[in-house]
Design a protein around this ligand. Structure first.
Ligand code: SF4
Ligand code: SF4
Length: 304
């Protein structure tokens, strides 16, 4: 039987070799991100768009954009050089599902040559309902969706606009659309039996108290893990789009919030907010060993 603090054993078995999901596995298994997805379809107040998506990655980092062919080449080079490599993720630098052609092409190329590598992607969820079928077909292991609110009123302080159906939506309407699409997406993943992890960015004074409710909602909809990450707000990351002077949470505040949610579900506490081109074990960053200039000179494990 499971205590409320534990993950369902059936799910546990599915995530055993995933460095991000098991505090044990992250010492033994490695992951790589490839940056193939430049565009985004929403605006977050805490994103200045010059850097990697702050919903999944550490903001203030610029990853080198690759084509799907280059990304697959890189993934297969790395799979040959780092034997513990088990997971390939697409997490930016924008929203992977705002760039579906690049994202899915990359997965197809890699899955074809190295079917043992698990695939994952992250998204703000806006376009998720349209792609669950494809995600399932490609055998994508899990999806990480960033959900920062379940109340569009709170959303108005986080999202100034959303681009959907060829129109730019603003105000509460924008957050209403995003919210509905996120809920539809989480449901569709559940029905397709694709694992769904939820990321939330804790923004003091904006959604910090509200995240307890977010935690309840996403758990009831079937998310298996909730990862509450701190807003990283540092001058060197530049001015945020709409939250000038916004501070990030203190470690104490983050821990208190994580504790108040963890009675309901296992909390992820070791996420490193990796770059969109991260490579290696979770504690290490070997991305500089595999810059475009370098990996293009290396021979992949399998011919593309
Ligand atoms: Fe920036 Fe990511 Fe938000 Fe898009 S989803 S605006 S890339 S933080
Ligand atoms: Fe894992 Fe978090 Fe890094 Fe993604 S950002 S690879 S979930 S540790």
């Amino acid at each position: 039987s499971t205590t409320p603090q534990q993950i369902d054993p059936k799910i546990q078995a599915r995530i055993e070799k995933h460095p991000c999901y098991s505090e044990d596995a992250h010492h033994h298994y490695a992951r790589m991100h490839v940056a193939v997805a430049p565009a985004c379809n929403i605006q977050c107040n805490f994103c200045n768009r010059k850097y990697d998506c702050a919903n999944e990655s550490r903001p203030g980092v610029v990853s080198e954009l690759l084509t799907p062919e280059e990304a697959a080449h890189k993934a297969l080079v790395i799979a040959g050089k780092i034997p513990q490599m088990t997971v390939l993720g697409i997490a930016g630098p924008g929203d992977p599902l705002a760039n579906p052609k690049q994202t899915f092409r990359t997965f197809e190329l890699v899955a074809d040559k190295a079917p043992d590598i698990k695939l994952c992607l992250s998204t703000n969820g806006l376009m998720l309902p349209d792609h669950v079928q494809k995600i399932k077909e490609l055998n994508v292991d899990h999806v990480t969706m960033t959900i920062n609110m379940v109340d569009p009123k709170v959303g108005t302080k986080i999202y100034p606009w959303v681009r959907y159906n060829r129109k730019r939506w603003k105000g509460e309407e924008a957050s209403q659309i995003l919210h509905e699409r996120q809920m539809e997406g989480i449901q569709a993943l559940q029905e397709a039996d694709v694992l769904c992890k939820v990321n939330s960015v804790m923004i003091p004074g904006i959604n910090d108290e509200h995240l307890v409710e977010v935690d309840e909602v996403i758990r009831s909809k079937g998310a298996f893990l909730h990862n509450i990450m701190p807003l990283i707000s540092a001058p060197e990351h530049g001015t945020y789009f709409g939250l000038t002077g916004q501070r990030g949470p203190k470690p104490k505040e983050l821990k208190a919030l994580q504790d108040s949610c963890s009675g309901n579900m296992k909390m992820m506490r070791h996420c490193r907010q990796c770059r969109a081109d991260a490579v290696g074990l979770l504690g290490e960053d070997r991305s500089q060993e595999f810059t475009k200039e370098k990996f293009l000179e290396m021979t992949p494990e399998y011919d593309l």
